[in-house]
Design a protein around this ligand. Structure first.
Ligand code: SF4
Length: 469
């Protein structure tokens, strides 16, 4: 798989992967967002006035076979016309409206100024979109905010918003509640695709929203239901941010304050690094959603160059989905390891974390019966993470249809945990949450008729898998 050339765009790599790799996934090419690839291959620089941008987009959509879902991607790297800098503006798929939740505050401010309004108006708008107990999701809702009754938005500003700004990036399709109180929210995107977001209530008040970053996933981890979908497309910044906003808006009154965000839903977040880092930046803005950076965790299967960039540029927390202690097992259950081996992954973490103070990476380790749960695995894991400031979550596997794997029994998980703890590791057991509604870790999405291939089981594990059935 060719990951190094992605530069935040999966399209080119996916095209190459589809040709070269039989290991990673089967991709329905007609669903891959191609606009940025087309833009790159055409070598054209897009730098236009806002009006020209809209016209260009409409023309592009009329005259090309690029799916509508790619419209915002076409604009994600445009330079903002009036500021002369690299500000990105997400435009709706009709090409007529600016999508507000795709903007950081400095971008919103510059955009408001470019429309002839003061930055104070932008700040009022920002607080109404993201402020506690407001979460305005339409122009009309800007009026109905008693907290700001005396702090009026300029009438012309509101009129302008009504004409050229879009508040919504998602439409709620359903909320399903599992027996343990976990909520799975299903959202329909502008192009009709569906993503899932999970809210996990916690008695200690640490309620968490687990957001998706892609429709499907290209990584094809063998234990993951989402991976069976292949990658359909990246989510835009607005589509990611709005999952957190709607989780608070729709569920805070039932579950209490939602304080934590984990990027552990559908998709490999660092495969969509531009939009994910921007969404995380919006989420931690102190005047808006104001999540603590330590409580926003981005997870990766191990995309080493992107992981390095994330550690250098983001204030948020990082989780690495490890799940194996040898390259042999990891190559099988997480094919990304064929590109970025354990030694490179862990060596990079060791090097990068040396310069970070008070920072611990979280290793996630899904326990698969007979595959990665032996005493030897525990001992190898202790050696692998030596000298890396870390915490380890041992996660019980959540079965799904078509899966070869079975969960490690509870007593064996406890024994594994004890071996790590006795060696001085900070280690936690994480039991399954929400699995009766397919809301648990690794159970999100709907593969449909295009499915990534299951890989050949190495001979030495065939007996173990059969025995665990
Ligand atoms: S575990 Fe994460 S990275 Fe792996 S296939 Fe599933 S969603 Fe993708």
């Amino acid at each position: 798989m060719e990951m190094r050339r992605m530069n935040g765009c999966g399209g080119c790599s996916l095209l190459r992967m589809a040709i070269r790799s039989s290991a990673i996934l089967t991709i329905p090419l007609q669903t891959v967002p191609l606009s940025r690839c087309l833009q790159r291959f055409s070598g054209q620089s897009l730098s236009f006035s806002l009006i020209e941008k809209r016209r260009l987009l409409s023309t592009a959509l009329r005259s090309s076979s690029v799916p509508l879902s790619s419209a915002s991607a076409l604009h994600q790297h445009d330079s903002f016309p009036d500021s002369g800098d690299d500000t990105n503006v997400e435009i709706s798929k009709t090409g007529s409206k600016v999508i507000l939740k795709g903007l950081t505050f400095p971008e919103l401010e510059k955009w408001a100024q470019s429309q002839g309004f003061r930055s104070g108006q932008a700040l009022m708008l920002w607080k109404r979109i993201y402020g506690n107990d407001i979460w305005a999701n339409s122009c009309e809702e800007l009026e109905a905010t008693p907290l700001f009754a005396f702090e009026g938005l300029n009438k012309d500003f509101k009129r302008m918003l009504g004409e050229v700004a879009e508040f919504k990036a998602l439409a709620l399709k359903d909320i399903r509640t599992a027996a343990d109180g976990t909520r799975k929210m299903l959202f329909t995107l502008g192009d009709g695709q569906v993503i899932e977001t999970v809210v996990i209530p916690c008695e200690r008040g640490r309620n968490t929203v687990c957001v998706s970053s892609q429709v499907g996933c290209a990584m094809n981890c063998q234990f993951c239901y989402t991976g069976r979908m292949g990658l359909r497309r990246n989510l835009s910044t607005a589509e990611i941010v709005e999952q957190a906003v709607l989780a608070r808006r729709l569920l805070s009154s039932e579950v209490g304050a939602i304080t934590n965000v984990v990027f552990m839903g559908m998709g490999e977040p660092l495969h969509n690094i531009e939009n994910v880092m921007k969404a995380a930046e919006i989420m931690v803005d102190e005047q808006g959603l104001h999540f603590s950076p330590r409580k926003v965790t981005v997870s990766t299967s191990g995309l080493v160059p992107q992981l390095k960039r994330f550690l250098r540029e983001s204030k948020c927390a990082l989780a690495v989905s490890l799940n194996a202690t040898t390259d042999e097992i990891r190559n099988w259950i997480m094919p990304i390891n064929r590109k970025y081996k354990l030694e490179l992954l862990l060596g990079t973490l060791r090097d990068e974390l040396r310069s970070k103070r008070n920072y611990k990476v979280l290793f996630e380790y899904v326990m698969l019966a007979g595959v990665n749960d032996s005493v030897e695995d525990a001992e190898r894991l202790i050696n692998l993470v030596q000298d890396i400031p870390c915490k380890i979550n041992l996660i019980s596997f959540n079965p799904h249809s078509g899966s070869l794997f079975k969960p490690t029994p509870e007593e064996k998980m406890i024994r594994f945990r004890n071996i790590l703890a006795e060696a001085g590791c900070i280690v936690f057991l994480r039991w399954s949450r929400g699995d009766d509604q397919m809301a648990a870790c690794g159970q999100l999405g709907k593969p449909g008729e295009f499915q990534a291939p299951l890989l050949r089981v190495p001979a030495q594990f065939q007996a173990a898998l059969e025995a665990s059935v």
